[in-house]
Design a protein around this ligand. Structure first.
Ligand SMILES: [Zn+2]
Length: 858
């Protein structure tokens, strides 16, 4: 397979030939000379290439690690693609007109040639160290966080001092001299994952959304070609600074910098795997190239203070700040997936105002929003405002529970590790799949469900899990990962491999994840179908649900590992509660029913009133109205009751032999007094209840149901809360006119109300929220709430604005304590905290908020 990759000399020959063939587009320059005397070259690519340095640019570096051949190979193929399509593809043509590509196909030519000719898995360059060992890891030889190591023979030995190597010096000098670079990619292998730069502070950064979106939009292009998505991994603790890497150096210069780890092997089968990697990366790089201008000085500035103004069960209103300008509009993107693309596929709004209302959403669902400003004239777009996360409110009849995986019942069992399996529980991470040393490994994830009422009716459920590393899943497109709900009683010991692997499943939940979509660093979730919700519902009786996550159970010949690692948020190396598997359950309760008798029943004629219900036309053709009202105080207290459905049930007492065209309407009305005919004629009509009925309907059906629609129900709900009376009028209509035709209604008329017991309002927020520094961490404390309805406190951190609701930031704590540490917070960065109280619905209180100021003493 090695023969199919280009040698370094062939690469140089190719580049100079391209330069000669496309002199206006490509300029090959030498930026340095390696230890062994090879030229390090860079291709400048732009329309009218002599002006390349005047335009914003994308930097590409490949094969800084000798054995990671994809970077080199992809660069050459990309250059060829750009040259051949420069006048064909209008998107590419536009990008080449306004921006530049700087491409170093191979930043480590000595190492690359050594890897090609002698030792495939060589990583460093080929310099002779002072003690006679060979090679410096160039990606540890940049200055940011440089560490001088003793062991010169180490694969990650970073050299005597920063930029001691000709290769890193060459790229440093070029980057320092080219402030027009706005985006940088450093191509490596392997893992099918993006590693955007970050400041290793475990906190959101202003340009964090930009980098995630840049990668997510490239993922969108990959998926079109190969169905594959890469992971997008940044900011997950415990992250350590990679000492002296190129990415960190570029990022320190204000460049959006991303490492791309391509493929599942350093040197993959060219025709089977490498070609796919190249084919998917060419359109993705083209898209990324189109973004270069948007991070330059020519682009509009970023939107500020992008946040949630309001939300209900089906809509979210967003607001932001921006200087009022006629030439600017805003694009808003929404997704319910983590780290999703922000392009045409997710764009939900284009507005000129500084507000947007997103409608027709599902209740109790997590949505992510991003926004950018766009210049109408140039088409240039701003960087993204930091992502906003929001969960829509519950419908009146709904409740939800976020159940976190239990420590005792969550771990993995390995075929060859039976002795240690017990120790795998509640610790570190889940290994799922197969490798040579552990054999088959299955994960077990258990949830205690006793916090849900036994009569809960599950409406929807999602299982969330965080894939943290896929480096050991080494085979492209091999195997799938499945989630099953296990049958209670089909196993007795969750730590026993044989029992778990053979346990009977009640069902496989959702769709399998194919290996091509095992994306580390992006939350994965399974949405349960109605049938799967019913299976989960059965588990409520046992008070727990046990899931098995399993992967491939065989390895192809010659392969040693196809193993995926998921975080469980427990143990020293787990990411904490923020990374724990979650079961997100939306449920309702069985309706209770109450039938109210009318308190007032009158028939109102032009000239008289009767204590009966009658509707129709009198001898003079005047309308006769029925008036009836219901005392809503007969319903259970509004504080703990939600009306879910309501209907007026009524039947006719008499019928007529001869047909007429009279129809009867039920109106929800507001009248102060029903004394005179005038009072009723001047009634304030609020809404019709249900549909009108014809006389023929009265004959056919024994009784009529007039159903309240959503609006009428909301009025009813309001009247209930205010302790008022529901007032209805039954009105006759006739297009032909009628006389002497009066219908009497039976007196057993009733208002049929369905309701569920549910707390309506949130508890008050906590008092005296304070910050202290303790044990080298930020500690938050507050006064507890003394109320039986209290279920707990929920603490959220947001780096950019005061959290508006409980999903608006990173979860720090959920539980009944009146204090928490923020284990991963930096002392040096300003941030906002909010504490919410919640009950068992849960209704979340208004936030109690506090700002952490790095300059203040705590
Ligand atoms: Zn590498």
């Amino acid at each position: 397979m090695k023969k199919q990759y280009m040698s370094y000399q062939e690469s140089l020959d190719f580049l100079y030939t391209m330069e000669k063939t496309y002199p206006d587009l490509i300029d090959i320059i030498k930026i340095g000379t390696t230890y062994e005397g090879r030229d390090i070259v860079l291709a400048k690519i732009s329309k009218n290439v002599e002006t390349a340095d005047e335009k914003p640019a994308m930097l590409y570096t490949g094969s800084v690690h000798a054995r990671e051949w994809i970077g080199h190979e992809l660069a050459l193929k990309f250059i060829e693609y750009v040259a051949e399509n420069q006048d064909v593809d209008p998107e590419l043509e536009k990008s080449l007109g306004e921006s530049t590509i700087y491409m170093v196909p191979c930043l480590n030519p000595d190492g690359y040639e050594y890897s090609r000719k002698h030792f495939s898995f060589w990583r460093k360059n080929r310099r002779v160290n002072h003690d006679g060992t060979i090679g410096v890891d160039l990606n540890r030889n940049f200055s940011i966080g440089f560490v001088k190591q003793k062991d010169t023979s180490s694969n990650v030995y970073g050299g005597e001092e920063p930029f001691s190597e000709a290769e890193t010096r060459a790229i440093k000098e070029f980057v320092d001299a080219h402030e027009n670079i706005t985006i940088a990619f450093d191509y490596h292998s392997q893992g099918n994952v993006f590693f955007p730069a970050h400041k290793f502070m475990h906190e959101a950064e202003l340009d964090g959304t930009d980098m995630n979106v840049l990668c997510a939009n490239m993922n969108y292009e990959f998926a079109k070609v190969t169905g594959r998505k890469y992971g997008i991994h940044r900011g997950k603790p415990p992250a350590h600074l990679i000492s002296g890497s190129g990415r960190e150096y570029y990022y320190s210069k204000g460049i959006i910098a991303v490492v791309v780890e391509v493929g599942t092997k350093n040197i993959p089968d060219y025709m089977k795997s490498m070609s796919g990697s190249i084919n998917e990366n060419i359109p993705a790089l083209k898209k990324a190239f189109g973004e270069v201008i948007n991070y330059s000085a020519a682009a509009p500035v970023r939107v500020e203070e992008f946040t949630i103004d309001a939300r209900d069960a089906n809509s979210v209103t967003l607001v932001w700040k921006y200087e009022a300008r006629d030439d600017i509009f805003f694009e808003i993107y929404r997704s319910s997936k983590d780290k999703d693309a922000c392009n045409e596929s997710t764009k939900v709004g284009v507005v000129g105002e500084n507000t947007f209302r997103d409608t027709d959403l599902n209740s109790s669902t997590n949505y992510h929003y991003t926004i950018r400003a766009v210049n109408k004239n140039s088409g240039y777009k701003s960087p993204f405002a930091p992502i906003v996360k929001v969960r829509t409110a519950l419908e009146d009849s709904e409740f939800f529970k976020l159940v976190f995986a239990s420590k005792r019942g969550t771990g993995y069992v390995g075929q060859y590790t039976q002795e240690q399996n017990r120790a795998h529980f509640g610790l570190n991470s889940l290994f799922v799949g197969i490798n040579k040393s552990r054999g088959i490994c299955d994960a077990v994830v258990s949830f205690e469900l006793d916090s849900l009422p036994e009569n809960a009716i599950i409406k929807s459920a999602r299982f969330y899990i965080y894939p943290m590393n896929r480096v050991a899943a080494k085979i492209e497109k091999f195997g799938e990962w499945n989630l099953s709900l296990l049958k209670e009683g089909s196993f007795t010991e969750v730590t026993d491999f044989e029992q778990i692997d053979n346990a009977e499943a009640k069902g496989v939940m959702g769709r399998a994840i194919q290996s091509s979509n095992l994306t580390q660093g992006i939350w994965n979730h399974w949405s349960f179908s109605k049938h799967e919700c019913r299976l989960l519902q059965e588990s409520l009786e046992n008070g727990r649900a046990t899931f098995r996550l399993d992967g491939p159970k065989t390895l192809p010949h010659g392969e040693d590992s196809q193993m995926m690692q998921f975080d469980i948020g427990y143990g020293q190396f787990g990411g904490g509660i923020h990374y724990r598997p979650i079961l997100d359950i939306k449920y309702t309760l069985k309706n209770e029913k109450i039938k109210l008798k009318a308190s007032t029943k009158s028939a109102i004629y032009a000239d008289k009133k009767e204590d009966l219900l009658k509707s129709g036309f009198d001898a003079s053709g005047n309308k006769v109205y029925s008036y009836l009202d219901f005392d809503l105080s007969q319903l259970p207290a509004a504080d703990n009751t939600m009306i879910t459905e309501c209907a007026l049930r009524i039947s006719a007492k008499n019928t007529f032999k001869k047909r007429s065209d009279i129809r009867y309407y039920v109106e929800l009305v507001d009248v102060d007094e029903v004394g005179s005919y005038e009072d009723i004629k001047n009634r304030d009509k609020i809404e019709y209840i249900g549909y009108e009925v014809a006389e023929s309907d009265l004959v056919k059906n024994e009784c009529q149901y007039f159903n309240f629609d959503t609006f009428s129900k909301s009025i009813l709900d309001q009247l209930h809360q205010e302790g008022k009376t529901l007032k209805l009028v039954i009105k006759p209509t006739s297009a032909l006119g009628a006389k002497n035709r009066i219908l009497e209604w039976n007196s057993n008329v009733e208002l049929v109300v369905n309701y569920i017991p549910k707390r309506r309002t949130a508890l008050p927020p906590v008092d005296n929220l304070t910050i202290k520094k303790e044990n080298k961490m930020i500690k938050l404390s507050w006064d507890g709430i003394d109320d039986d309805a209290l279920n707990g406190y929920y603490v959220v951190r947001n780096t950019f604005h005061t959290p508006k609701h409980f999903m608006d930031g990173v979860k720090i704590y959920g539980g009944k304590d009146t204090w928490t540490y923020d284990n991963f917070a930096s002392f040096d960065k300003e941030k906002h905290y909010a504490v919410f109280t919640y009950d068992d619905v849960p209704n979340f209180s208004e936030p109690a908020t506090i700002k952490y100021n790095p300059l203040e003493k705590y």
